[in-house]
Design a protein around this ligand. Structure first.
Ligand SMILES: C[S@@+](CC[C@H](N)C(=O)[O-])C[C@H]1O[C@@H](n2cnc3c(N)ncnc32)[C@H](O)[C@@H]1O
Length: 411
């Protein structure tokens, strides 16, 4: 579940601790030289709001450093190494923290994978490294929320003749828990049609673009047209601050026990089937449901509930006019951003384009929040985070790569 609530601030004073220990520092940046895992180990728990990184790809580049990641003999070793780094990252993120991970794939060759212990490791095989890594991270507790596509309109043409040129890379969005910071409003894009057009396109029976009753509203919401372009039809009644169903169910269950009542009795009083009523008292994620407005009101009377949940169960009444979301629509999970080159790249040869970093961080970096890139290279993540008003922790093995970022910070 996403939330736009204020991010947890991280431990008090942790930014100052992080900043003062860094090799290069400013008011809003702290750059460490060293192995990503080792540096992360020294950072406090729950002190960083979001991460964006592109680690060295497997078997792609020699960065000329004995501690570098990416030159492991075997791709499994590479995945395990990154996994260990990201375990530390998990620890340093706040509970509502997020992690954007861009990583490229590799083809197996007899030379890059000489041992070929497993049958699938065949010559010319696309190794699916990003997805193997993503699945390993899921096993480590990360929640994968998106596999976004970074499409490169100016991808390098390739001379291969027996497959297609690769023009995109995955960008995974992971969350640490199911309540994380994601500001969709910051990245909405304009609708293709205006409200009047959408209203005219609404179901025939809809007078002046208004939904007539629940069924019509539901039909409209489920229509392909709505799914593809409308995002944010105002619901007639909603509870914007509703608690988690499991939280309310625990409360209801306790109230039921305190009064010595049974669900069967409650179901009878409500005039509802037992099977449905039971869900309001189930405290497991799968089976738990929030009662609808009128049921909630009746439950309050039946169980003599106190006012603990009154505020968050409050209903907001909107109109039922078909309309676009005023701030635009969800941009979708594909970003088409040209590869960076020239001055933006400095002396680094695997630079993330600034547009990609901005797109990601606008959604996950809370105002004044802290962002980290454990493989910062020329520091695109840092430039983006600081421009968006945040603070930045960067880690890299090589001082000459981070110089591009430090120069920009001095200006
Ligand atoms: C793909 S590049 C990152 C590029 C960066 N996103 C940018 O926009 O410039 C990977 C970086 O990881 C660094 N690196 C390699 N092994 C590392 C390690 N063990 N710890 C920290 N950094 C490492 C490399 O020096 C390189 O700068």
């Amino acid at each position: 579940m996403t939330s736009k609530k204020k991010a947890t601030p991280g431990k008090a004073g942790s930014w100052e601790t992080i900043r003062t220990k860094a090799d290069y520092r400013g008011e809003r940046h702290a750059v460490y030289l060293g192995h990503a895992q080792k540096v992360l180990k020294g950072l406090p728990d729950g002190s960083v709001h979001t991460a964006l990184t592109s680690p060295p790809y497997w078997s792609a580049r020699d960065y000329g450093h004995s501690n570098q990641i990416g030159l492991e003999d075997d791709l499994d070793g590479y995945i395990e190494t990154l996994r260990a780094v990201f375990r530390e990252l998990y620890r340093v993120l706040t509970p509502d923290g997020t992690f954007w991970l861009n990583v490229g794939d590799s083809y197996l060759h007899y030379t890059t994978h000489p041992k070929r212990r497993e049958a699938w490791k065949r010559n010319k095989q696309l190794a699916l490294i990003p997805f193997r890594l993503a699945m390993a991270l899921q096993e480590d507790g990360w929640i994968l929320r998106n596999t976004a596509v970074w499409h490169k309109p100016n991808a390098m043409p390739s001379s291969v003749r027996d497959r297609l040129t690769n023009t995109w890379e995955p960008v995974f969005l992971f969350a640490k828990t199911d309540r994380y910071t994601f500001n969709l409003d910051a990245i909405r894009i304009p609708h293709k049609t205006d409200d009047a057009i959408e209203r005219n396109r609404a179901e025939k029976g809809a007078a002046k673009g208004k939904a007539q009753g629940d069924q019509e509203l539901r039909r409209w919401l489920n229509s392909p047209r709505h799914r593809s372009s409308i995002d944010g039809l105002k619901e007639v009644r909603r509870r914007p601050n509703a608690p988690r169903a499991t939280e309310l169910a625990t409360y209801l269950k306790n109230a039921l026990a305190a009064k010595g009542l049974s669900i069967t009795w409650v179901a009878d009083q409500l005039g509802l089937p037992f099977e449905r009523t039971r869900h309001y008292f189930r405290t497991d994620e799968i089976g738990s449901r929030l009662p609808p407005e009128e049921t909630w009101e009746k439950l309050k009377d039946l169980l003599d509930l106190d006012t603990e949940f009154d505020d968050c169960m409050e209903v907001e009444v909107g109109d039922n006019v078909f309309r676009n979301h005023p701030l635009g629509k969800n941009p979708g999970d594909m970003a088409s951003v040209a590869l960076a080159g020239g001055a933006a790249a400095g002396n680094h040869f695997a630079v993330m384009p600034r547009g990609l970093a901005d797109w990601a961080l606008k959604a996950t970096l809370p105002p004044g929040g802290i962002c980290i890139d454990p493989f910062m290279g020329s520091g695109t993540t840092g430039l983006s985070a600081i421009t968006l008003g945040g603070k930045f922790i960067g880690i890299d093995l090589k001082a000459d790569y981070v110089s591009h970022f430090l120069e920009k910070m001095r200006k």
